[in-house]
Ligand binder design. Structure first.
Ligand SMILES: Nc1ncnc2c1ncn2[C@@H]1O[C@H](COP(=O)(O)OP(=O)(O)OP(=O)(O)O)[C@@H](O)[C@H]1O
Ligand SMILES: [Mg+2]
Length: 244
């Protein structure tokens, strides 16, 4: 099921187009574009180099939908850093379906610790397997959250969920997310993990100078480089480390 159908960057007259975030190439490329980014399936994946704008768009979507910019649910309002949220959320045109998500959560790896603290403050550990998330390892607490908290017909925005996870943990995550998509959840996820990028049936956008462009797993640079590396790690590194 999809709750979000598409998003477009449609700046208000007062937008400062020369400044961040409109100076990020992938965002600049779609400013005012008639063709919105379509969330065509239950899993949409953003891929691209560091600094290509994935988190900027994901965070703007989260804030536009009323979620906390640092992560968490719609009801969870906390701030632990100076406000670095970009203005982009004011300038998004988000198209939604007539379905309403029963739950919504924005999860960013870099502030997961703070989300875990907020969850304790809200005394809602019962939703997370009954234990404080701080008494679990980073990866364990992340898996607890996804297993115990995420539920059917929810809308979830995930920024680099692989950050805490072993390869085995990432495979566990794929199984859980696959079940949740089958139960009517929708995910939008930024990732650098070639494993997560292989999610069956995902709609994938590559962020780059041409904007977020639809792509497939087999065409992603990260996948090619990882495959070449794993085919011959010694040879790959030998070439990389040899001065010309
Ligand atoms: N508050 C800010 N002010 C100015 N520039 C910013 C701000 N936040 C991010 N940027 C810049 O915007 C660009 C996009 O950043 P963003 O965090 O969206 O990248 P990303 O694709 O998520 O990268 P990564 O894969 O490293 O997480 C980067 O060049 C970054 O330096
Ligand atoms: Mg990012």
């Amino acid at each position: 099921m999809t709750f979000l159908k598409s998003v477009a960057v449609s700046p208000k007259p007062w937008a400062k187009l020369g400044e961040h975030p409109f100076d990020v190439a992938a965002i600049a490329a779609i400013v005012g574009s008639e063709a919105p980014l379509r969330f065509a399936s239950g899993m949409t994946i953003f891929v691209g180099d560091n600094g290509s704008g994935k988190s900027t768009l994901l965070e703007a979507l989260a804030v536009n939908l009323g979620m906390n910019a640092e992560g968490g649910t719609r009801g969870m309002q906390f701030a632990t850093r100076d406000d670095t949220t970009s203005a982009l959320h004011h300038h998004l045109r988000v198209s939604r379906s007539h379905h309403t998500p029963q739950d919504a959560f924005f999860l960013r790896a870099e502030s997961f610790f703070n989300v875990a603290t907020a969850i304790e403050d809200y005394r809602s550990e019962e939703f997370y397997g009954g234990r404080s998330l701080h008494e679990r390892s980073h990866g364990e607490s992340f898996i607890d959250l996804v297993v115990h908290r995420f539920a059917r017909r929810g809308l979830y925005l995930l920024d680099e969920p692989e950050a805490a996870l072993s390869v085995h943990g990432q495979l566990q995550l794929i199984v859980r997310l696959h079940d949740l998509v089958a139960e009517g959840c929708q995910f939008v996820m930024a990732t650098h993990s070639p494993l997560l990028m292989a999610f069956p049936g995902a709609t994938i956008y590559q962020f780059g100078a041409a904007g977020p462009r639809p792509t497939t797993w087999a065409d992603i640079d990260t996948v090619h480089i990882t495959t070449d590396f794993l085919d011959d790690p010694a040879g790959f590194l030998d070439e990389l480390l040899t001065d010309d």
